[in-house]
Ligand binder design. Structure first.
Ligand code: ADP
Length: 744
C-alpha cells in the first residue's frame, strides 16, 4: 500500500488547501494512505505528531480557506544534512516514500536535494542503526511531485502557479478601487505589487486594470530618460482627459543598470516633474491572503489529483516532477529541468541580460508585455507614411458577458495604434441594421478595462429578411472592411447568417472574426470564453455564503446555475465549491439517479452530515426542475434534513470582469486585429472564430463551425471539461463506503 506525505512549505499561497484536500482524498480513493506533514519541512524534521495520517473528513471544509491549514514554515534545519537525515528517519517510521510538496522554488529546490540524497541518507540511517537494512531495501527510492504554490508565478514549468490568480484578483480589486478615488481627485497613484524577480503580477495587473505605466524587473524601460518619458505620457493623458493616473511597480523593478526603482522614487519623480500630488500604495500581504479564486481552487484540485495519479501509477517512481498547467491541461516536467530554467531566468534578471530573461519567460509573456506597452499609451502612434489604414468595425452581441468592454477597449486601442479607423457599432446586430454606427477614438474606451456589461450595448437580435439589406447598406455606407463580433451563441449564429448570405449581398464579403464572450462557455472553437471565469467566481462566492448560512440547520441546497444546456459552469462550480452532486444536461437526469442521491444524502445525514450542496445546470432536465428536485428532497428527507432551492440568476452575468477574463479578452483581441489585417484586401478573404485550443490561440474557419456545433442543444459537440466529471465525483464521496462525507 503506497504511503503519500503532503506538505506545504515556504510562502503560503491561496489554493494550497484545495491541493492538500485533493491529495488526501485522491490517495484514499485509490487505496493509498495519505499523511499530512504539518509546518512544512520543519514538521518533517521534528516528526512525532507533526506527521499525521489523514482521513477523508480531516480535509472537509477547507476548500474555501486562504493560506494553508496544515501550516507552513521556513526551516533552517532542513537546509542542513543532519536535518534532512532526521526527516528521512521520521518519514520511514511511517513508511512514507512518496511526497507531494506544495511550495515555491526554494521548497522545491530542497525537495530535489532531498531526493538526490535519499539513498545516502538511508545508508547512513542503516549504519547508525536507526533503520533496518530491510526498511532501506523496501524504500530505496523517494518519489516527489512538486506543485508550484507561489503567488508570484515565478517558476518555469507551469503557465501559472497556485495562488497567482487570486493575488491578481486582490491587486485588480485594489487598483480598480484606487482608480475611482484617483479619478475623483485627479490624483496619481503608484501601486507596488509583489514580485522580486518576476514581473508577472505587475504586468498582468497593468494589462487588466488600465494602468498608465508599468515597471517590471525583466524588462526595464529602454532609455536613460525613462522618467521623462513616463512623465510625458502621464501629462499628455491628463491633457486629453484622463482623470486618474496609475503606475504599477513590481517590488523588484530595476533600471537597465540594475539600480532598483522603488515606488517612492517613482512617486517623487511624478511629484517633482508634474507638480502633482502623488501617493504610494504598497499592497503587501493582502495579495497573499483571502479565499482562493475558483481558478486557483480548480488548478490546485486537478494538480493534486494528477500528483497522486502519477504516484499510484508508478511511472515516475524514484523521480521528482513538477505538476503544472499548459493551456488548460495538467502536465508534468522533471523538477530538475524546472529548477534549472528558473535559475537561468533569475540569473538573467540579476545579471541584466534582459533579452534573455524575456526569451526564457516565453512568448505569452512577451506578447502580453508588448500589448501592455500599447494599451498604456496616452495616444496611438502617429501613422507612418504609406501605412495601410483599414476601417474595422466592432460590435458586441448576445447576452452581456463580463469582459466585453475590456475586449472592445483593447481592440479599439490596438487598432488605432496600428493606424486604423475603428468603427463602433452600438446595440449589436440591431445597431448594424439601424445605423447606430460611429467612429470611436482612444479616449472613448478610457476606463472600460474593468467595467462589467457592455458599453456598446448588446442584445440577441438575429438578422432576418429586410435586415440583411439594411446591414449591407450600412457596411457600404461606413466602408467597413472587416468586422469583429464579440459575443455568445446568438452572436455566432447571427455572424454565420451574414456569412451564408454572401452570395446575395456582396457587401458581406468582408472578413468577419468572432471572439468568444459568454459566461456559459458553450461556443465551438474555443475551450474557454471571456466571462466564464467571472461567472464561476460569482457562483463559488455565492455557494460559500450559502454554506455559511446553514451552520445550524441540517439542510440540502439545490443551487441552479446558468449555462442553458451546457454544464460547464455547473461542473466547474461544483469542483471549486465542493458540491456533492452536479446535474448536467450532458449526463441527463433520471428518477433512478435522484433515488440514489436521496438514499446517499439520508445515509450521510444519519452519519452526522450537516449540509448538502447539489448544483444543477439550468437546462439539466426540462421536467425535473430545480423546484421539483427541491420538493422531492424536502419530502424524502423529512426528519433528517430540510431542502432549499437557490437560483443564482443574473448575478452570474454581472459584475466587473475577473483579471483572468480581462487578460484572456485582451490577448484574444490582439490576435483578432492581426487576423483582420491579414485577411482584409485578400481576394478570397476568410472569416473565422478565435479560441483557446490546447494552450494556444487558434482560428477556426467559418466553414468548419457548423460541423463543431450541436445546434439542437446550443453547445459544442466536444467539450473538454466533461473529462473532469470523475474527479468531481471522486472528491465528493469516498469510494470505500460510498457515503457522502460530513463536510465537503
Ligand atoms: P519558497 O518555497 O516559497 O520559495 P523558501 O525559499 O523560503 O520559500 O524555502 C522554503 C524552505 O525550503 C526553506 O525554509 C528550507 O527549509 C527549504 N529549502 C529552500 N532551499 C533549500 C535548499 N537549497 N536546500 C534545502 N532546503 C531548502
Amino acid at each position: 500500500m503506497k504511503k503519500i506525505g503532503v506538505l506545504t512549505s515556504g510562502g503560503d499561497a491561496p489554493g494550497m488547501n484545495a491541493a492538500v484536500r485533493a491529495v488526501v482524498r485522491a490517495a484514499l480513493a485509490n487505496g493509498a494512505v495519505p499523511y499530512a506533514i504539518y509546518e512544512g519541512y520543519q514538521g518533517m524534521v521534528d516528526g512525532g505528531h507533526r506527521i499525521r495520517q489523514m482521513a477523508w473528513q480531516d480535509v472537509g471544509g477547507i476548500l474555501y480557506k486562504g493560506g494553508t491549514v496544515i501550516g507552513t514554515a521556513r526551516s533552517e534545519a532542513f537546509r542542513q544534512r543532519h536535518g534532512r537525515l532526521q526527516a528521512a528517519a521520521n518519514l520511514l517510521q511511517h513508511g512514507i516514500d512518496n511526497l507531494v510538496v506544495i511550495g515555491g522554488d526554494g521548497s522545491l529546490t530542497g525537495a530535489n536535494l532531498f531526493r538526490q540524497e535519499w539513498p545516502g541518507l538511508l545508508a547512513e540511517l542503516v549504519q547508525n542503526g536507526q533503520i533496518s537494512p530491510e526498511t532501506a531495501e523496501v524504500h530505496q527510492q523517494l518519489t516527489i511531485m512538486g506543485l508550484v504554490g507561489s503567488i508570484d508565478n515565478d517558476m518555469w514549468g507551469t503557465d501559472i502557479s497556485i495562488g497567482a490568480d487570486t493575488a491578481l484578483r486582490r491587486i485588480t480589486d485594489a487598483v480598480d478601487a484606487i482608480s475611482s478615488t484617483a479619478a475623483s481627485h485627479q490624483r496619481t497613484f503608484v501601486v507596488e505589487v509583489m514580485g522580486r524577480r518576476a514581473g508577472y503580477l505587475a504586468m498582468m495587473s497593468g494589462l487588466a486594470s488600465g494602468a498608465d505605466w508599468v515597471l517590471i524587473p525583466e524588462n526595464p524601460p529602454n532609455l536613460d530618460d525613462w522618467e521623462d518619458k513616463m512623465c510625458s505620457v502621464l501629462k499628455y493623458g491628463r491633457e486629453i482627459g484622463r482623470r486618474d493616473s496609475i503606475v504599477i511597480v513590481a517590488e523588484g523593478a530595476q533600471d537597465r543598470r540594475g539600480n532598483r526603482i522603488s515606488s517612492e522614487h517613482v512617486r517623487q519623480v511624478l511629484q517633482d516633474r508634474l507638480g502633482e500630488d502623488a501617493r504610494v500604495t504598497i499592497l503587501g500581504h493582502v495579495q497573499r491572503g483571502g479565499s482562493p479564486s475558483a481558478f486557483d481552487r480548480n488548478l490546485s484540485t486537478l494538480s493534486g489529483v494528477a500528483a497522486v495519479d502519477l504516484i499510484i501509477s508508478g511511472e515516475l517512481a524514484g523521480q521528482a516532477h513538477v505538476i503544472g498547467l499548459k493551456g488548460n491541461k495538467i502536465v508534468h516536467t522533471s523538477l530538475e529541468e524546472c529548477l534549472q530554467k528558473t535559475r537561468e531566468i533569475n540569473e538573467a534578471v540579476d545579471t541584466l541580460q534582459f533579452n534573455r530573461a524575456m526569451e526564457l519567460r516565453g512568448s505569452g509573456f512577451r506578447e502580453s508585455f508588448q500589448t501592455v506597452r500599447t494599451l498604456v499609451r496616452a495616444q496611438p502612434h502617429q501613422p507612418q507614411p504609406g501605412q495601410r489604414q483599414l476601417r474595422i468595425g466592432v460590435l458586441t452581441a448576445g447576452a452581456p458577458s463580463p469582459g466585453m468592454n475590456t475586449v472592445v477597449r483593447a481592440v479599439v486601442r490596438l487598432g488605432l495604434d496600428r493606424g486604423h479607423k475603428m468603427i463602433g457599432i452600438y446595440n449589436g446586430f440591431s445597431g448594424l441594421v439601424s445605423d447606430q454606427i460611429e467612429e470611436v477614438n482612444w479616449m472613448t474606451v478610457n476606463g472600460w478595462a474593468y467595467l462589467g456589461g457592455s458599453e456598446l450595448g448588446t442584445n440577441r437580435h438575429m438578422p432576418a429578411n429586410g435586415d440583411f439589406y439594411a446591414i449591407a447598406r450600412n457596411i457600404e455606407k461606413h466602408n467597413i472592411e472587416g468586422l469583429l463580433i464579440v459575443g455568445g451563441w446568438s452572436g455566432y449564429e447571427a455572424a454565420l447568417s451574414l456569412y451564408n448570405q454572401r452570395t446575395h449581398f456582396p457587401a458581406f464579403n468582408i472578413p468577419l472574426v468572432l471572439l468568444p464572450a459568454t459566461i456559459d462557455n458553450d461556443l465551438p472553437g474555443s475551450e474557454l470564453s471571456v466571462g466564464a471565469d467571472t461567472a464561476l467566481n460569482s457562483i463559488v462566492e455565492a455557494v460559500d455564503k450559502i454554506k455559511q448560512s446553514a451552520v445550524a440547520a441540517r439542510r440540502v441546497f439545490v443551487v441552479e446555475v446558468m449555462g442553458r444546456r451546457c454544464g460547464y459552469l455547473a461542473l466547474m462550480g461544483a469542483l471549486a465549491s465542493g458540491a456533492e452532486r452536479v446535474y448536467l444536461h450532458e449526463e441527463g437526469v433520471s428518477i433512478d439517479n435522484m433515488r440514489d442521491d436521496v438514499a446517499l444524502l439520508k445515509d450521510g445525514f444519519r452519519g452526522g452530515k450537516r449540509l448538502g450542496v447539489m448544483i444543477r445546470s439550468e437546462g439539466a432536465n426540462d421536467t425535473y426542475t430545480t423546484e421539483f428536485m427541491c420538493k422531492l428532497l424536502e419530502e424524502e428527507g423529512r426528519g433528517l434534513f430540510t431542502a432549499r432551492q437557490c437560483i443564482l440568476g443574473h448575478l452570474q452575468q454581472g459584475g466587473n470582469p475577473s483579471p483572468f477574463d480581462r487578460i484572456l479578452g485582451t490577448r484574444l483581441a490582439a490576435k483578432c486585429i492581426a487576423y483582420l489585417e491579414e485577411q482584409i484586401g485578400q481576394p478570397e478573404s476568410q472569416s473565422a472564430c478565435i479560441g483557446l485550443q490546447r494552450g494556444s490561440y487558434k482560428f477556426t474557419d467559418f466553414q468548419d463551425l457548423p460541423r463543431l456545433m450541436d445546434v439542437a442543444n446550443g453547445r459544442p459537440k466536444e467539450q473538454w471539461w466533461l473529462n473532469l466529471r470523475p474527479i468531481a465525483r471522486m472528491l465528493a464521496k469516498p469510494a470505500a463506503n460510498g457515503q457522502l462525507s460530513v463536510d465537503n
